[in-house]
Design a protein around this ligand. Structure first.
Ligand SMILES: NC(=O)c1ccc[n+]([C@@H]2O[C@H](COP(=O)([O-])OP(=O)(O)OC[C@H]3O[C@@H](n4cnc5c(N)ncnc54)[C@H](OP(=O)(O)O)[C@@H]3O)[C@@H](O)[C@H]2O)c1
Length: 320
């Protein structure tokens, strides 16, 4: 039913275009549109058998990414701490996509990514199973809820370690393999909060801003080595992120935020990530108009942005 609705909507858009602009514009637009679809299909076929390592694959966006890339015929390496959840995802992948012509059994790699000095051997062994790594999706992360003034610095460090240093460390393990292959693609899942910082999210926003800088630098340095870097800035996604968030004293927040509850479906965001990989985009923001507008305001009218955030901080503090 959903597919029929989508098809109907597609025809309605074509009809509207035709009524507004007539055949001379509608026809070239249609040709361009179908050319794009064909290009995308060709690129998806080229993804077959690529080795894709996905961190944070035991739930939420990581799990959805695993389904999206597995469906394209990729050889998936699933990384997270909870082995039983990774096994569940592995079995789901195998059972859900039985009609996909060519699939490969996913590899489960249980790993605490904050253990940055001890993960090289495990990661290298997993890569050597297929003898290469084509795409690394640095997706694992935790969020934060709390006031700067009441936040233990250990919490700041833990968020930074999980969201920033672990991505840097894992990328540095993977990069030599990619350099030797002379190809590769590293995708960093950041956030809209990697572009704008909002009150009561200090550690999270700081870690995502740091990622942005690291990807921009590394992309430029490795441009000539045929290694691509994409940074993805999603808005709210309906996952367990807020449930697993840390508070200022290091305890688990444990609440499903309304914004998260009403966020994008993980499957939708995963499809957008796939498209950005196929197009080799350097940066993509998957967010509603208001979030994108906030990024523009922060860039062009910083004083206005700071004033809005002051108001927001005061309002949120009052409502506590
Ligand atoms: N949900 C949103 O609204 C939203 C918005 C923008 C960006 N994002 C970003 O999207 C990414 C995925 O988050 P999500 O929304 O899917 O939340 P989620 O469901 O809580 O998933 C987080 C994942 O990260 C893994 N993880 C956390 N700490 C880890 C560690 N130390 N070592 C290895 N794996 C670890 C978790 O697995 P284990 O617990 O099994 O280790 C889990 O698979 C994050 O980077 C987040 O910042 C989310």
């Amino acid at each position: 039913m959903k597919r029929q609705e989508e098809t109907l909507m597609g025809w309605n858009i074509i009809w509207l275009f035709f009524k507004l602009f007539g055949l001379p514009i509608t026809f070239p637009w249609l040709v361009y549109h179908f050319y794009n679809i064909m290009q995308q299909r060709r690129k998806i076929t080229a993804l077959r058998s690529k080795v894709v390592m996905i961190t944070g694959a035991s739930s939420g966006l990581g799990e959805a990414l695993a389904h999206t890339f597995y469906r394209c015929g990729c050889r998936i390496i699933l990384v997270a701490r909870r082995e039983e959840e990774l096994e569940r995802v592995k079995n789901d992948l195998i059972n859900t996509h039985q009609t996909v012509p060519i699939t490969h059994p996913p590899i489960v790699l249980p790993l605490d990514l904050t253990d940055i000095n001890n993960m090289k051997d495990e990661v290298s062994k997993a890569i050597m199973v297929h003898g290469r790594i084509d795409i690394l999706i640095n997706n694992a992360g935790i969020s934060f809820r709390g006031e700067v003034i009441n936040t233990n610095v250990d919490v700041d460090i833990k968020i930074m370690l999980t969201n920033y240093f672990s991505q840097v460390a894992l990328s540095k393990i993977v990069l030599p393999f990619m350099m030797e292959q002379q190809s590769g693609h590293i995708v960093g899942i950041s956030s809209v909060q990697g572009r704008i910082a909002i009150p009561f999210r200090s550690a999270y926003a700081a870690s995502k801003h740091a990622l942005q800088a690291w990807y921009d630098t590394t992309r430029a340095e490795l441009f000539d080595k045929n290694i691509k870097f994409t940074i993805v800035n999603p808005g709210y996604i309906k996952t367990s992120l807020s449930l697993n968030a840390l508070t200022g004293n290091g305890k688990i927040y444990g609440l499903m935020d309304k914004a998260t509850e009403n966020g994008y479906q993980p499957g939708y965001v995963a499809e957008c990530v796939l498209k950005s990989v196929l197009k080799q985009e350097k940066e993509v923001t998957i967010a509603p108009f208001t979030s994108k507008a906030a990024i523009v305001i922060r860039t062009l009218f910083p004083s206005l942005f700071f004033w809005i955030m002051q108001k927001r901080a005061r309002k949120l503090a009052k409502n506590k």
